[in-house]
Design a protein around this ligand. Structure first.
Ligand code: FSO
Ligand code: SF4
Length: 428
């Protein structure tokens, strides 16, 4: 454990073995777990609130959760576990709220092909998760020669009818968040960061970089509110880009309604043994060698399985053409990390369709884990009683042996090993 939040702290630097206040190490870990989940929920709540949606019950939970971690308030590991489950439930409410906000504002997504590469004209790359900021930017460049390119978690924007209607939404560039330094140096465009993950800039492009909303980086101009005229003006000062299509197109925009419209066909294919299993492979990508696992994993899966994906982890494999099974695509992009709610809705509907519980479906979750929104999502899955989730590429440092024991013993969490070994176990 490490806690240095009060003046009783050991040696004046931090309690590392046990709290001077009496706090046990496992309670310290569970408090950290709760705080990380609350950070994740807050990110989604922020985006929902910006679109005019809020939920007093979630607000009250966040208040109670923070309060619980003060010195000498709650030292019971059981109640903290309950709070973690509650955080998962609150995150489900929050993801639902954000999905409702996105759909009511921009329409429900439909499958859409997204161009990569550039079009002739000036450009702005927008990264992060904030659809509202993208909408405002697109309104402001309409009818001009400044085109907007989505990066990373902004890709699902193209699926929303209310966003792809803008002619100046030109396509998607790059892969997951950590390619920013290479990508931003490569393209002479203005750059707008709307949420995580926004990386500290290189000197060579800091003067064309802007942040907005809660995002701030030293030396980077911050835009308060939604007037992006400075970003657009900066894009205009930069050289024009050529008309240069990318090597592949991406497909995004599979919503709950779209998938449920294929329910009868999916049922038939499963019953005839033509679809053997569904996989949810996605989550937050991380710049680690071990993350190569996810591309190899998807490539090595048998032909009779369907892969659902979401969040920036999909950029490990979303350029692959996996084809279809009698019209049902084998690679289905559900959207951003917060669109885990779509995965949950679809899993619930499949369970109803087959008259079984979610854990009895031929469905395996293989989740890549990077930051704190993933903690909130993991607890959402656990709160629904989903067992046997595979996690990787590695777990964050605060998941020590005690925390892992809780996850393994109570929720049957498994850590990924190699694609060959894991696929054998999952298909078996
Ligand atoms: Fe990725 Fe970053 Fe959605 Fe995360 S861009 S890593 S959970 O913040 O957000 O998937
Ligand atoms: Fe140490 Fe407890 Fe104070 Fe944390 S709250 S610094 S564990 S005495």
């Amino acid at each position: 454990m490490f806690c240095y939040q009060c003046s009783q702290t050991a040696r004046g630097t931090g309690c590392t073995v046990k709290g001077v206040c009496g706090k046990e190490p496992i309670v310290a870990r569970l408090q950290d777990n709760l705080l990380f989940a609350i950070k994740g929920i807050s990110a989604y709540l922020y985006h929902a609130r910006e679109l005019g949606y809020s939920d007093p019950e979630v607000d009250a939970f966040i208040e109670r959760g923070f309060f619980s971690t003060l010195t000498n308030v709650n030292f019971d590991p059981e109640e903290f576990l309950n709070l973690a489950v509650k955080a998962g439930e609150m995150n489900i409410r929050t993801m639902k709220l954000l999905k409702q906000a996105h759909i009511e504002r921009f329409g429900e997504p439909t499958p859409t092909k997204v161009r990569t590469g550039t079009v002739k004209g000036h450009g702005i790359i927008i990264t992060g998760h904030d659809m509202n900021a993208l909408d405002k930017l697109l309104q402001q460049v309409e009818g001009t020669d400044v085109f907007v390119y989505t990066h990373s978690e902004m890709l699902p924007a193209h699926g929303y009818p209310g966003l792809r209607k803008y002619k100046n939404l030109a396509g998607n560039l790059g892969k997951a968040w950590f390619d920013q330094k290479k990508l931003f140096a490569q393209y002479p465009m203005a750059l707008l960061g709307t949420s995580n993950c926004f990386l500290p800039p290189r000197e060579e492009y800091i003067d064309r970089m802007f942040s907005t909303g809660p995002v701030y980086l030293p030396g980077v101009k911050h835009i308060d509110g939604y007037d992006y005229s400075e970003v657009i003006a900066r894009a205009r000062e930069l050289p024009e880009l050529p008309d240069a299509p990318g090597e592949y197109e991406l497909t995004t925009g599979f919503s709950t309604s779209v998938l449920l419209s294929h329910a009868a066909k999916i049922k038939e294919l499963v019953e005839k043994g033509k679809i053997k299993r569904f996989f949810l492979v996605g989550g937050c990508d991380a710049p680690l060698k071990k993350s190569d696992y996810y591309r190899e994993f998807v490539q090595k899966l048998p032909q009779d399985v369907v892969v659902l994906t979401l969040a920036c982890g999909k950029f490990r494999f979303n350029d692959l053409d996996l084809g279809d099974i009698e019209g049902i695509p084998r690679l289905i992009d559900l959207g951003q990390c917060n669109d885990a709610i779509v995965a949950l809705e679809v899993a619930g509907a499949l369970a109803d369709l087959f008259g079984v519980g979610v854990n009895d479906l031929p469905l395996t979750l293989v989740i890549s884990w990077m930051e704190q929104k993933a903690v909130a999502i993991l607890w959402s899955l656990l709160a629904l009683g989903i067992k046997g989730i595979w996690l990787g590429p590695i777990v964050p440092g605060w998941i020590n042996d005690d925390m892992l024991k809780i996850l393994v013993d109570q929720y049957d969490i498994r850590l990924i090993s190699t694609p060959d070994e894991d696929i054998k176990k999952m298909m078996g």
